[in-house]
Each structure stands twice: as structure tokens, then as C-alpha cells.
Design a protein around this ligand. Structure first.
Ligand code: UDX
Length: 384
């Protein structure tokens, strides 16, 4: 029940090779390599919740996995989990079951492409034959394989996500300074990204990062460090900067509209990024809740998310950009869906009560929008 471009047709094309069962017994009878791909949401303390992983072990004990089987951990789990699972397997009399860590790096919305053409495949094992079996599965992809220990493999995942999140919070802070000093963060990011040591990816300033991974994994790594006695200062700031970034749009709106009470604001795009219907930790949720608390009428449009009102009580859903924007005192581009970016901005402007346009993703051309008659404001760029 997720939206992932290309996945439905891929599943149809390969339906002969796919089978589904709720019976672990039946599955174990037909498999050698068993991937654990359950979710590991944060608990109240910020640790990763491993209860679903443990449920798998309970079920394996009940069904009786054996030396033929290799468990492969796809779920993002704290460093040390592999060793814990190993010990749990022994305690359940499943010591002969193999184990490998094989973290997942794919991005939602680009899952198929990222799977077929990964930057790297990381495999950690306790015994080389188990890693070899997993490596053999990936052979057709001809990807760069990194073989290592289980704790190092687990750490690669957390460190990668935390670094990418840090890059985003960094460029968002640069953007905020750019606004103060009259520089343009898009150009600054381009200039920085040309330095090979920095690289151009993940330097897009905006309304903060969301999704099922970055917020959860950054918190989990901070927590993991704290549990082992180390205060990960940098990550505390990365999280805080991101929370503040989600709220900055509210002040921009206040600047142009004086008060937000009784105003009508259109939110264009709700998903945490284009190409998905995932609303977990989406910046739109924080923004909508903040605006509603200010007494603003929030009318939202997203091409795939249509249940916004169920997520934040009070959001009104519109079925098009036109419907969301008509009569609005301001429009905020929150998610850079192509269909939203390509809207007929020239004709939309006349339907608004006041033509204030906040571009939360720097997806639009400031001069073009100004020429249409909008009061345009992006992130980290001076308004025309
Ligand atoms: C991320 C990791 O990229 C992936 O390797 C991991 O397996 C899961 O977590 P995902 O959450 O699907 O993937 O989305 P991603 O494309 O990384 O974007 C995450 C968030 O960062 C989005 O909200 C996006 O809008 C934001 N972002 C991304 C920026 O604000 N600026 C950027 O330059 C890039």
C-alpha cells in the first residue's frame, strides 16, 4: 500500500516469480536466504524499537530454521543488534542459522533505480560463508561490494544518513545567512558542490528534511552514542536546525500578511518529497499545524496524498493547484512535484486574494514569478 514509481508494473511483469505467504514455515521451506525487512520506529526514548525483529526470531524458533538458512538484516538497526540477534539465536537453539547485515540505502521514489544501480552494497558477517552467499545474490548488479564486520556494516548505514542530514541542515543554515546578507544559496551550493571533496548532492536548501529515515536515524544515532556515554553534539544541532527550518515559512508569511488569523493559505505538496505518498515526518505537517494554531485556514493540494485532513485535523483538501490557490492570501510550495512546479503560474496569480508565493524548495524562477506579479520569496535567495 505505498506509491513507488514503476513498482506496480515491475511486480506485474514478474508475478510468476513472486509468491506471498503468511506462513513462515512455508517460506522457510522454499528459501535459503531470509531478509528481515520489518520497520524499527523510534521508541519514546529515541532508541530504535526492535520488537518486530525479535518477533521474527520468536517465529523462527517456533518454525525451526536451520543451518540452511541465512538471516539477512535489511532493517535499519542500532550498532550491536547483530551481535544481540546472534546471541538470541543461540539462546533459542538456532545457533546454526547464518547471519549477515546488509543495510538498505535506497531512496523512496527512486527505489528501483537505487536497487538496480547502487553506489555500494555493504555486507557484514560473522562468518565469511554467510557474507559470500549474500554477495552472490547481488552478483548480477555488478555493484561495488563492501565486505566488513556486522557492527561496521550497521554503522555505515547510520553514519551515511546522519551525514546526509547534516549536509541538508548545513546548507539550510547557509541559506538563512544568505537571506540576511543578500547572497543566493542556489549559486553558493553550486559553487561549493563543484569542489570534489564536497560534491553537489544534498545541498538543496528548503523547508527541512522529513521521511521515514533521516529524522529517525539521526535521533537513533544520537541516542546510540548517548547510551554508550558519548554526547554527539553535532547531531543535536542537525535535528534542531531542521525543526526550526520547518517553521521559518510561518514568519515569512507573517512578514507579508501581518497577521495569519483568518487568512487563507494554500499548501502545494504535502508528501515529504516528490514521488511518494509518504507523510512520515513531512515538513507540511508541522507547517499546517502551526498555521492552524495561528487561526489560518489551510487548503492543501498534493497529487497523491489526499487524506491530509485525517493526519492534521482542520486541513482542507483541494483537488487541484487551481482550487487550492483560488482566493488564497498566500501559497506555499512545500513539495516540488513536477506537476505543481509546472503549474500555469501566469493565470493562477489573478485568482489569488493577495499574490504572495513562498517557494519552500527553490523550485521556481524568482524573476519569472515576479514578472507574473507575485510577491515571491524562496529559501536563501533575495526576492526580486
Ligand atoms: C533517505 C536516504 O537518502 C536513503 O539512502 C535511505 O535509505 C533512506 O533515507 P529518503 O528518506 O527516501 O532516503 O529520501 P531523500 O531523497 O534522501 O530525502 C530525504 C529528505 O531530505 C526529504 O524531505 C528531502 O526533501 C530532503 N532533502 C534532500 C533536502 O531538503 N535537500 C536535499 O538536498 C536533499
Amino acid at each position: 500500500p505505498i506509491y513507488e514509481p514503476g513498482l506496480d508494473s515491475l511486480m506485474v511483469d514478474h508475478r510468476e516469480r513472486l509468491s506471498y505467504t503468511l506462513s513462515l514455515d512455508q517460506m522457510l521451506g522454499r528459501s535459503d536466504v531470509v531478509f528481515i525487512a520489518v520497520d524499527t520506529p523510534p521508541t519514546y526514548s529515541g532508541d530504535a524499537d526492535l520488537s518486530r525483529v525479535m518477533t521474527v526470531l520468536d517465529e523462527l524458533e517456533a518454525t525451526g530454521a536451520d543451518s540452511r538458512h541465512i538471516l539477512v538484516m535489511k532493517s535499519t538497526v542500532p550498532v550491536g543488534t547483530g551481535e544481540r540477534v546472534r546471541a538470541e539465536l543461540e539462546a533459542r537453539g538456532l545457533g546454526n542459522v547464518g547471519y549477515a547485515s546488509n543495510p538498505e540505502f535506497l531512496k523512496e521514489g527512486a527505489a528501483i533505480e537505487d536497487f538496480l544501480d547502487p553506489d555500494r552494497v555493504v555486507i557484514g558477517d560473522f562468518a565469511p560463508e554467510h557474507g559470500d552467499a549474500v554477495e552472490a545474490l547481488y552478483a548480477p548488479l555488478e555493484a561495488r561490494i563492501v565486505r566488513t564486520t556486522v557492527p561496521s556494516a550497521e554503522m555505515v548505514k547510520y553514519a551515511s544518513n546522519a551525514f546526509l542530514a547534516t549536509k541538508i541542515s548545513f546548507i539550510n543554515e547557509i541559506a538563512n545567512v544568505c537571506e540576511e546578507v543578500g547572497a543566493d544559496v542556489s549559486v553558493v551550493a553550486e559553487g561549493m558542490g563543484l569542489d570534489q571533496r564536497i560534491g553537489p548532492a544534498f545541498l538543496r536548501a528548503g523547508v527541512g528534511f522529513g521521511g521515514s529515515c533521516f529524522p529517525k536515524d539521526v535521533t537513533a544515532l544520537k541516542q546510540l552514542a548517548g547510551n554508550s556515554g558519548y554526547h554527539f553534539q553535532l547531531l543535536t544541532s542537525v535535528i534542531e536546525v531542521n525543526e526550526l527550518q520547518k517553521r521559518r515559512v510561518v514568519n515569512k508569511l507573517k512578514k507579508h500578511l501581518d497577521t495569519l488569523e483568518g487568512r487563507r493559505v494554500a499548501l502545494l505538496g504535502l508528501a515529504f518529497k516528490p514521488g511518494t505518498d509518504d507523510m512520515r515526518e513531512a515538513s507540511s505537517l508541522v507547517l499546517a499545524a502551526r498555521l492552524l494554531a495561528e487561526g489560518t485556514r489551510v487548503v492543501a493540494f498534493d497529487p497523491v496524498v489526499t487524506n491530509a485532513g485525517d493526519l492534521v485535523h482542520g486541513i482542507e483538501s483541494a483537488d487541484s493547484v487551481e482550487a487550492a490557490v483560488a482566493g488564497a492570501d498566500a501559497a506555499v510550495l512545500v513539495t516540488e512535484w513536477k506537476s505543481i512546479v509546472d503549474s500555469q503560474w501566469g493565470s493562477l496569480v489573478d485568482t489569488m486574494a493577495t499574490p504572495v508565493l513562498i517557494d519552500g524548495r527553490n523550485a521556481l524562477d524568482p524573476d519569472e514569478m515576479a514578472a507574473h506579479g507575485y510577491t515571491y520569496e524562496g529559501v536563501g535567495r533575495t526576492s526580486p
